[in-house]
Design a binder for this molecule. Structure first.
Ligand code: XMP
Length: 517
């Protein structure tokens, strides 16, 4: 078990888990702790270092989240990011004010100048781009601190008191837009906190298995909601390690899978020594979705129906109220569903279980809920899952329902399945799969006029979507070669009835999302 431990104190920022992830990338164990529980946890574990996150408040507002000033005299190094930086200044005799002068308020990519004698910036260029997002600024630097970075607009971009191990930055080193952000976090951990860097995904795996065993108990059973995708398959392997045959994997085929996918999932799991159950529920799901056009309503119906199927299957297999339900929820599902203080982008289906379904079980286990997709894949490899399963492109729980804009019917699902298959087939033939993180077809509700064999057509438009990303929180559209797009287009209009137009989606995330609904 690793000795190093970093605590990330959560002051309500959007990127808190991204900070934790950057720390894990440096092979250091890390926990995110709500600011209210900070002092208790710091005393319990005596971390090697503490990171204060950003947050939406102003430190001089009496209602804003605060920290016991004792934290500054415990001899533990602290890195404050944005709000966290202002909190350090506010507590230690500096002054933070609203940047009424728009020149000191900064947003977006900003050229920044660094003092590379400061340990945080050691070994890095003297000038590079950082990502700013702050409306307040430090008018007066706290006593004992010196300036360690500035921009053209703001003289106080970073401060440090190296004798006490206290550092503050106004920008966000955790986001990719800050050119050397990951290196700065690495410097904080290794140069300032003196960590050993011995934490690995293997540790996470061992610790998670141990804690699952403890939660589930000697006799407890688990019903796993299995979609056959990366997340739930990795969770199946993890739970299999933890409790063996007390695990039952329920795969619900809602009739909105890709071409032949239900059979493929069944075949893949037939090779494993696990209790696997396939439930064919196409009529049940399509019946509930009939005539529903609104994306959030579709998501809610599907999320709830999944829950009811799991409840029915639990009854059928004698899984009691002392047993658990498990889901392969990952971090983007949680954050984009608007939990905590973040905005709802879209409710991911696994956040929509009806309360009576949740109450049916002793608890809902989501051991992957703090991991990003690429970390889940790494965990899958650690557990010895085959590469084809671990590196599969993601497929959303609500399936084709959120790729058919407007109301969903079996005919539309069949049409989309064919078009989507052709796209995937041509990508595979061109050997492009590895460059594309996720790619699929969307059946838009748009119809347009075309001409085929001298006759007028009035058919549907298929949109092709492909993105390249690691964490799925941000994504860029893939530059697919024109020849490949051309082959896909020709094949779809020739082979799939009712389709007479193909478009390619060239928006990144943000401002778009990966899925269209
Ligand atoms: P968005 O569209 O939110 O997609 O940019 C990000 C990633 O999440 C997947 N996604 C889902 N996965 N249940 C899931 O299991 C859902 O409800 C859901 N909605 C989106 C999407 O396919 C992409 O990989």
């Amino acid at each position: 078990m690793t000795q190093d431990r970093i605590l990330v104190l959560d002051f309500g920022g959007q990127y808190n888990q991204l900070i934790a992830r950057r720390v894990r990338e440096c092979n250091v164990y890390c926990e995110v702790v709500p600011y209210k529980k900070a002092m208790q946890r710091i005393r319990e574990v005596t971390p090697q270092g503490i990171i204060f996150t950003g947050g939406p408040n102003s430190v001089y507002d009496p209602q804003s989240p605060q920290i016991d000033p004792e934290v500054f005299s415990m001899g533990i190094p602290i890195l404050g990011i944005c709000y966290g930086c202002q909190l350090i200044a506010h507590n230690l005799g500096g002054r933070v004010t609203a940047a009424t002068d728009s020149s000191a308020r900064e947003y977006g990519k900003t050229e920044t100048y660094f003092d590379t004698n400061c340990r945080l910036f050691r070994g890095l260029p003297e000038k590079s781009v950082t990502w700013m997002s702050h409306g307040d600024y430090m008018e007066k630097v706290p006593d004992g601190f010196r300036l360690a970075a500035h921009s053209d607009a703001c003289p106080t971009v970073a401060i440090c008191d190296e004798s006490r191990g206290l550092y503050g930055v106004q920008f966000h080193p955790e986001v990719n837009h800050t050119a050397y952000g990951a290196a700065m976090i690495h410097n904080f951990l290794y140069e300032v906190c003196g960590v050993h860097g011995d934490w690995t995904m293997r540790d996470f795996c061992k610790e998670t298995i141990a804690s699952l065993r403890e939660t589930i108990g000697e006799k407890g059973r688990v019903l796993l909601a299995l979609s056959g995708g990366v997340d739930s398959s990795v969770l199946a392997a993890l739970l299999g390690e933890a409790i063996g045959h007390r695990l039952t994997c329920v795969f619900v085929d809602h009739g909105l899978m890709r071409l032949d996918e239900g059979d493929e999932v069944e075949a893949a799991f037939a090779k494993w020594d696990v209790n696997f159950v396939r439930v064919n529920a196409e009529d049940r799901f399509l019946g509930k979705l009939a005539g529903v056009e609104d994306p959030q309503t579709k998501r809610k119906i599907i999320g709830a129906e999944f829950g009811y199927v799991f409840r029915d299957e639990a009854d059928r297999f004698g899984i009691t109220q002392e047993d658990f339900l498990a889901q392969g929820t990952i971090y983007p599902d949680v954050i984009e569903s608007g939990e905590g203080d973040a905005d709802v982008i879209k409710s991911h289906h696994n956040r929509l279980l009806p309360p009576q379904v949740i109450a049916r079980f002793k608890g809902v286990l989501e051991p992957l809920r703090l991991l990003f997709k690429d970390e889940v894949r790494e965990l899958g490899r650690e557990l010895g899952l085959p590469e084809y399963l671990v590196s599969r492109q993601p497929f959303p729980g609500p399936g084709l329902a959120i790729r058919i804009l407007g109301d969903v019917t079996k005919e539309k699902a069949d049409t989309l399945r064919q078009a989507d298959f052709i796209f995937r087939d041509e990508v595979a033939k061109a050997g492009l799969e590895k460059q594309m993180s996720q790619y699929f077809a969307v059946l838009t509700n748009a119809r347009s006029v075309g001409v085929m064999g001298d006759g007028r057509t009035y058919g549907y438009t298929i949109a092709l979507r492909s993105v390249t990303t690691t964490d799925f929180m941000t994504a860029d559209w893939t530059r697919i070669p024109y020849e490949v797009l051309d082959r896909v287009s020709v094949r779809i209009v020739n082979e799939v009835p009712h389709i007479n137009r193909i478009v390619y989606d060239i928006t990144s995330k943000p401002p778009a999302t990966v899925e269209w609904e």
